[in-house]
Design a protein around this ligand. Structure first.
Ligand code: CP
Length: 344
């Protein structure tokens, strides 16, 4: 049994196959008829979507994707409309949690064919959060495949992003493109998941990647920097870290923006805030985009306009954030079909 927890666990050939399948799903979706003629690979199958955090795109695209493939999705929000879950082993459960993941995952596995999990960090202790305990516990106890719907990485977003770039450039070969992952300001310290994922997939696809961030404190966790270096060694691309906005943007083919809190301050955010506040000028604006090679801009969304990127950038023809969001639907259909579809 195979899970979809991180793209790094899947071979390049498997990822290419998922992207090709997503392209077919997208064509079928556009013609509608194609899907009916081809049959419905999730006919009679179901997926539990377990959300510990809010979502707009992920929930909508998974629910609709399952439906469009003939399957059914059930949404559960532990602590809201489902019982709060305990993840630690050996805990005397006399606090707020009502049942243990060992039972939750096994019971869900008797009902459904797939489980999707969204569980952001608790933002208190990175040493704890970087273990990805919620996702790994589901994968450990579940008798059916588990899909990461964003924890400390966001692999579904990675594939949607990759597909949008391949569509924009009209080729599946993105080697030689200059890719800038730029940190941007946000009033709150955010999760590094999408940044970890962007770094992973951009290097996996062999691009020349620049991680642009204000100071060394904003460099990503060593695990993801390590994955990126490993990918560069295998793909022939490159990876540099820069704190210089102008040189990073100059000649870029792709600008991908994300905000995140500095890991050395994880759980101690008060002293990080005045530091972060000094870097509001990292906003993606027309002047910076003018330095690029007519570069394309994207973001995972949701995005605070005129904080992370200006209206002019968001409304420009170079912005492919909506295409990327649409692609969530198609890549997730490909993932679900690959994991438990009739021909899987
Ligand atoms: N990009 C993304 O995962 O969006 P949601 O948080 O709305 O699901």
């Amino acid at each position: 049994m195979k899970h979809f927890l991180n793209t790094q666990d899947w071979s390049r050939a498997e990822l290419d196959a998922l992207l090709a399948s997503a392209r077919h799903m997208k064509l079928d979706q556009k013609s509608r008829l194609g899907e009916l003629l081809k049959g419905r690979p999730l006919e009679g199958k179901s997926i539990a979507l377990v959300f510990f955090n809010p979502s707009m795109r992920t929930r909508t695209s998974f629910e609709l994707g399952a439906f469009q493939l003939g399957g059914h999705a059930v949404v559960l929000q532990p602590g809201k409309d489902a019982w709060p879950i305990e993840f630690n082993l050996g805990t005397v459960m006399d606090g707020d949690t009502e049942e243990h993941i060992a039972e939750v995952a096994k019971v869900l596995g008797r009902y459904v064919d797939l489980i999707g999990v969204r569980a952001f960090p608790k933002f208190v202790d990175w040493a704890y959060d970087r273990q990805d305990i919620v996702l790994k516990s589901f994968a450990k106890y579940s008798p059916v495949p588990v899909i990461n719907m964003e924890t400390i990485t966001h692999p579904c977003q990675e594939l949607a992003h990759a597909l949008a770039l391949q569509e924009h450039f009209g080729t599946t070969d993105l080697r030689g493109k200059k890719y800038v992952l730029t940190w941007t300001y946000h009033p709150k310290p955010l999760n590094t998941a999408v940044a970890n994922s962007a770094l992973t997939i951009a290097t996996r696809l062999g691009m020349d990647v620049t991680l642009l961030c204000p100071t060394p404190d904003y460099v990503l966790d060593e695990r993801y920097m390590g994955w990126a270096e490993q990918n560069v060694a295998e793909s022939g691309g490159s990876l540099i870290v820069s704190h210089d906005i102008e040189s990073a943007y100059r000649g870029a083919d792709v600008v991908y923006a994300k905000s995140w809190g500095a890991l050395p301050f994880f759980g101690n955010w008060e002293p990080e805030k005045p530091i972060r506040d000094q870097y509001k000028h990292f906003i993606v604006d027309e002047a910076k985009m003018a330095l690029t090679n007519n570069g394309v801009f994207s973001h995972c969304l949701p995005l605070r306009r005129n904080v992370k990127a200006t209206d002019a950038v968001m409304d420009s023809p170079q912005c492919i954030a909506i295409d990327e969001a649409e692609n969530r639907l198609h890549v997730q259909k490909a993932i679900m079909a690959a994991l438990v579809g009739r021909d899987s």
